[in-house]
Design a protein around this ligand. Structure first.
Ligand code: ZN
Length: 396
C-alpha cells in the first residue's frame, strides 16, 4: 500500500539545539517519497494488538533519539537499551500433583528481532523492499513480542489462557514498562519517602530507595490540575516539592524523635542516586480522559523549544518531546512519534494505512483529538503517556 506523503517540511520540530551543530537537510538530502513510505512501514493491527504496537513504536523512537543524542546513527542493527533478561516462570497444571509447566520468556530476543526488521531491514533494502512480505514478518515479530510479554506477566500462563490472552486488549503502559525495566538506568525515576515534620527532627522514616521504581513517572489528575495541565511543570513540582497529603493524615509516632508527628512525602529521584541526568523521561498520564477536556488539555508543547528540567535547583538537562501514546478509553491505542531522520510527527496506527506511519500535524500533537479509520465513527483520543529525550547538544 502506498502511503500518502506530504512534501517534507524540514522545519517542523527541527530541534534548535541540534540545528547549531547539524545543518538542516538540503534539498538533495531530502529522501524520496518511496523511501519515506518504506521507512514508515510498520505493524498492521491484528486482534487487539494496538497495546503492543504502540509500545513498540515508542520503544523504538526513544532509542533512535537516544542514539542521535549520543552522535550515533539511528539505524543500529541492535537496540541500544539493555534488553530484558530471560525469565522463567513455573506454573502448576491442574492435571495432578507435581505436574509443572515451565515457561521461559525470551522477550529480549524477540524485541531484538522486531528491531532488526523495523530498523535494520528497512534501512538495508530501501527501495527493493517487498512491502507485503516485510509487513507479515513485522507482524509475526510483534506477535512473538506479545506472547513473550504475556508469558512474563501472567501468573497462570497455561497454554489455553495464553491463546485467549493473545486476542485480548492489554495495557501499552505495562508493555513499555516490561520492555524498558532492564534499562532503568537510562530513565528518570522518581519516588518519595515519608519525612518527620517535627522541626527538631526532620528525619526520613527509611532511607530512600530506587528499587522497584518504574521507568515511567506517574502524574495524577490532581498534580496536572495544579500545574494548569502542563505535564512538564507537573513533573518538576512532583520531584521538587514535598507532598501535601501528610497533613491530612493522623499523627503517628516517629521512630527517630518519638514524637507524635505528621509525615510529609519527601521526593527523591534517580538523578541524585546515579549522579548523572538520565537520557530518557517517560510521563505516565491519567488513563481516564482529561476533564473537562477543553479546560485542561495537557500542554505537551510539541513544537516548542526543549524544556529544561530543574531538580534541586539545578538544570539537569533539556528534554524534547519525541513520542506520545494516544488512547481512547478501553478501546484503542496509537502512537505519535518524531523519527529523528524526518524531524516531523508521524502517527503509527496499525488500523490505518496498512500500519504505515502517517504525517500528522505538529501543532495538534498531544492534544485531545477525534480520530478513526476512514468509514468508521471517529473517537475521542487523548494523551496517556509522553516520552522525552535529553537534548544533549544544548548542554554538553
Ligand atoms: Zn521525628
Amino acid at each position: 500500500m502506498e502511503a500518502p506523503v506530504e512534501a517534507p517540511v524540514a522545519a517542523v520540530a527541527a530541534p534548535s539545539g541540534l540545528k547549531r551543530h547539524r545543518p538542516a537537510s538540503t534539498a538533495a538530502e531530502i529522501p524520496s517519497d518511496a523511501l519515506l513510505s518504506s521507512r514508515r512501514l510498520s505493524n498492521k493491527w491484528k486482534a487487539n494488538s494496538c497495546w503492543v504496537d504502540a509500545a513498540l513504536t515508542l520503544w523504538e523512537t526513544m532509542q533512535r533519539w537516544r542514539l542521535i543524542s549520543h552522535d550515533q546513527s539511528s539505524e543500529l542493527r541492535e537496540p541500544p537499551l539493555q534488553l530484558p533478561a530471560v525469565e522463567r516462570s513455573d506454573c502448576t497444571l491442574k492435571l495432578g500433583p507435581g505436574a509443572k509447566l515451565i515457561f521461559a520468556s525470551n522477550l529480549g530476543q524477540v524485541l531484538c528481532e522486531w528491531w532488526r526488521l523495523r530498523v535494520g531491514e528497512i534501512a538495508a533494502t530501501e527501495r527493493e523492499l517487498d512491502v507485503a512480505a516485510l509487513t507479515e514478518q513485522l507482524m509475526a515479530a510483534r506477535d512473538a513480542v506479545r506472547l513473550a510479554v504475556l508469558q512474563r506477566t501472567l501468573n497462570s500462563a497455561l497454554h489455553k489462557e495464553l491463546g485467549e490472552e493473545m486476542e485480548k486488549f492489554g495495557s501499552a503502559h505495562r508493555a513499555l514498562e516490561v520492555f524498558t525495566q532492564s534499562a532503568h538506568a537510562s530513565f528518570l525515576r522518581a519516588g518519595s519517602t515519608p519525612k518527620c515534620a517535627a522541626l527538631q527532627c526532620g528525619k526520613l522514616l527509611r532511607s530512600p530507595s530506587l528499587t522497584g521504581l518504574p521507568t515511567a513517572i506517574t502524574l495524577s489528575a490532581a498534580e496536572l490540575t495544579d500545574a494548569e495541565g502542563d505535564c512538564f511543570a507537573a513533573l518538576q513540582a512532583k520531584v521538587n516539592t514535598p507532598g501535601k497529603q501528610g497533613k491530612r493524615q493522623k499523627k503517628r509516632a516517629c521512630p527517630h524523635c518519638n514524637l507524635d508527628s505528621h509525615f510529609l512525602e519527601q521526593p527523591h529521584t534517580s538523578v541524585v542516586a546515579d549522579g548523572a541526568a538520565p537520557t530518557l523521561l517517560v510521563l505516565d498520564l491519567p488513563k481516564e480522559p482529561p476533564y473537562p477536556a477543553a479546560a485542561l488539555p495537557y500542554d505537551l508543547r510539541p513544537s516548542a523549544e526543549p524544556r529544561p528540567l530543574y531538580i534541586g535547583g539545578t538544570v539537569q538537562g533539556s528534554y524534547r518531546l519525541v513520542g506520545v501514546l494516544m488512547y481512547a478509553t478501553r478501546y484503542h491505542f496509537f502512537a505519535d512519534v518524531i523519527d529523528p531522520r524526518e524531524r516531523r510527527w508521524l502517527r503509527y496506527d496499525g488500523r490505518v494505512a496498512g500500519g504505515v506511519g502517517q504525517p500528522t500535524m505538529a501543532g495538534g500533537v498531544g492534544q485531545p483529538t477525534m480520530h478513526g479509520k476512514p468509514g468508521e465513527p471517529r473517537r475521542y483520543y487523548y494523551p496517556t503517556l509522553a516520552v522525552y529525550v535529553m537534548d544533549s547538544q544544548v548542554y554538553f
